[in-house]
Design a binder for this molecule. Structure first.
Ligand SMILES: [Fe+2]
Length: 349
């Protein structure tokens, strides 16, 4: 019995028990997704999942490598092994692989005997950027990583927030992050302002991004951490979403001049489970890392129960399947953009 199934169309290796339609899997596998925080990958191999595929991440002098978490010898789980002298060592029979996935050592093989050429791991393109490890499973990536120069040019303090798992599809979770109408309700105990009508806004659509800007009234209580000052303050939110699942929002408070950005990237573990990575850039350099992490934790815990419960689990890309109001302009454009990528096609055949 084969461990993986090969599609006829592109000879792409689908994971066993794949929870995506084959076409969705092929499309999503050609984009970059974060799979771990940089700080998690140190001197031991780590197992992660992307698009139902179990992967091993390991760090050598050349950087971080990603491979299917299966030893080519007897199907051992490589992440149960170790990293030694810059090589990934399978814990089962000690087979050694370099960062490119080539087997370079077999303890049981007589000295001087050639190592079989077939002993190569199925590696994936892997990049370390923005404090995260990104993987693209296809041989050719459809796009580059999201372009976030502010995170790298010293514009402010970069604060990483712990990643977390949500039992929701990536599409539902991304839409939630970019949905301003839910803020006064789900976030009434953190930053949500009074429930008022939302002024019409435009969404700027490019091939890879969707962006919009909105004025909002938000609670101030989390900024000062106390009860002093006004309960509410004006804010301007500028959203930019890089398809398919990487969002950012720039928050500007005109009253205080405070500017910060939240980067929120959703990585599809499976069709119904996602890992969320968050990085905050405090351009005004006035937020403590602890306060940011505590705030993110609270906001995420306010969102998760609803997002995990949304029915259906998948984001419906046929606009007739749910009902939209003008405030949902971004959601509508997001669904259209995902459909343009070819996603969801199997559901509407
Ligand atoms: Fe929310």
């Amino acid at each position: 019995m084969s461990l993986i199934a090969k599609t006829e169309a592109a000879n792409v290796e689908l994971p066993r028990n794949c929870t995506f339609s084959e076409s969705d899997w092929q499309i999503l596998s050609s984009y970059w997704h974060p799979v771990a925080e940089s700080a998690e990958i140190t001197d031991s191999p780590v197992r992660v999942y992307l698009l139902d595929m179990p992967m091993v991440l390991f760090r050598t002098e050349e950087g971080v490598s990603a491979a299917r978490d299966v030893c080519m010898h007897r199907g051992g789980q490589l992440s149960l092994g170790e990293v030694r002298d810059g090589k990934l060592v399978c814990g089962f029979h000690g087979f050694e692989y370099n960062g490119e996935g080539t087997c370079v050592g077999i303890p049981a093989l007589a000295k001087g005997s050639p190592i079989p050429k077939k002993l190569r791991l199925r590696t994936y393109k892997c990049e370390e950027r923005y404090g995260l490890i990104w993987v693209c499973m296809a041989d050719e990536a459809k796009t580059d990583l999201p372009n976030w120069p502010s995170l790298e040019d010293g514009s402010g303090n970069v604060i990483s927030s712990p990643s977390y798992v949500i039992n929701a599809s990536a599409g539902r979770r991304v839409e939630n992050f970019n949905d301003i109408a839910h803020v006064p309700f789900l976030h009434k105990n953190s930053f949500g302002g009074p429930a008022t009508d939302i002024a019409p806004y435009d969404v700027v659509v490019t091939e890879q991004t969707l962006s919009f800007k909105t004025d909002i009234v938000e609670q101030t209580r989390y900024v000062g951490g106390g009860s002093e000052g006004p309960a509410y303050q004006d804010a301007v939110y500028e959203y930019e979403l890089t398809l398919p699942f990487a969002s950012s929002v720039k928050v500007f408070n005109p009253g205080t001049g405070h500017i910060y950005r939240v980067y929120d990237i959703v990585s599809p573990i499976s069709s119904g489970k996602s890992k969320v990575f968050q990085v905050v850039l405090d351009e005004s350099r006035q937020m403590s890392a602890e306060a940011v992490r505590a705030f993110n934790k609270q906001v995420n815990s306010e969102d998760s129960p609803q997002v995990e419960a949304q029915c259906p689990h998948d984001l419906p890309l046929d606009l007739r399947d749910e009902v939209h109001i003008p405030a949902d302009r971004m959601s509508v454009e997001y669904r259209r953009a995902l459909a343009r990528l070819g996603l969801g096609a199997a559901a509407y055949r």
